[in-house]
Ligand binder design. Sequence first.
Ligand code: HXC
Length: 289
Amino acid sequence: MSDATAANDQPLIFREGLLDGQVALITGGGTGIGLGIAQLLARLGAHVVVASRKAEHVESAAQSIRAAGGSASSETVDVRDAEQVQAMVARIEQAQGRIDLLVNNAAGNFYAPSESLSPNAWRSVIEIDLFGTFFCSQAVLPAMKRQGRGRIVSISMTLHYRGWPLMAHATAAKAGVDALTRTLAIEWAPYGVRMNAIAPGPIPTEGVRRAFTPPPSASGQVPDMFAVEQAMTSYAKKAIPAGRWGTPGDIANMVAFLASPAGDWITGSIFVVDGGEWLARNPAPQMQR
Ligand code: HXC
C-alpha cells in the first residue's frame, strides 16, 4: 500500500459528515501516517490543512485529497520555528475562520549512538518532536479558546516505555510529548480543549519496506518484492500479537474518534494503537561491547 492510498482505500467506519464544518491542521501531513490521518478526516467532512517543511509533499497531498473529493489546503512550515508556526496559524484562521483540531504528527528520527550524537543532531530531533508539538499547540490555543472547543492529538511512540538504545534523542522527545499531553490537558480543559496522544506501533511506510528490501545485487538483479512482502508478513505474525502490521488508517481512526463527540470527556490520555506489539516486544537490543 503506498502512502498516497493509505486511508482512502479502507472502509469508512464513522458516519459521513461526522466532521462537517471542522478545520483540522495536520503537521507532517504530506506522507505516511500524517497523510492517512488527513485523508480520513477529509473523508469525514473536515477541511484539512496539511503542513510540513517540504512544499512538494504537502502540495501533492492536498491535491490528492481534493482529487478524491475532499477539501484540503497546504502550508509549508518548520515546526521548530515558533514564528513560522504562528504565521501559519494566522493564515489558516484568516482563510478558514477557525481551527478545530491539531494533529502534532511531524517528527524527525534516526538511529545513532548517543555518545557520538552531535549537539545539532540532538537539537534537531528534540526541536522537531517536542518543541514543534509545544509551539503548534500553543499557537492554536487562542482560536480554540475563542471557539470554546478544540482538540489536540499528538503522535507519540512506545519506545521510551522501556528504553531503546540508539534513540536517546527521539525517546527523550516523545517522553516530553507525553508529559506535555498530561499537563496541557489539565491547564487547557477549562477552555474546552481536549489534549490526547496516540502511540502507534509498527506501520510499514516506505521506510520500513526499504529496511526489509535487500540491496540490489552486483549483477543488477532487482529485489523480489513478493519475497519482501512475505518476509514482512512473517515478521508481523511473530512480533505483533494481533498478527499484522498497522496501517495509517488504524491510527487515523483513533484520531477521528477523539475528534468526534465521543472524545468530549477524554483528555490527558495516551492511547497505544499497536496490535499489542510493545507489551510483547523482546528486550531492547544490547549495545555491542
Ligand atoms: C547521526 C545524524 C543522522 C544520523 C542526521 N544527523 N542524521 N547524526 N546519525 N543518521 C545529524 C546531522 O549530521 C546534523 O548534525 C543534524 O543531525 C541535523 O541534520 P540535518 O539533516 O541538517 O537536519 P534537518 O534537515 O533539519 O533534518 C532533521 C532530521 C531528518 C531529523 C535529521 O532526519 C529529518 O528531517 N527527518 C524527518 C523525517 C523523519 O525522520 N521521519 C521519521 C519520523 S518516524 P551536524 O552536527 O552534522 O550538523 C518517527 C517514529 C519512529 O519518529 C519509530 C521508530 C521505530
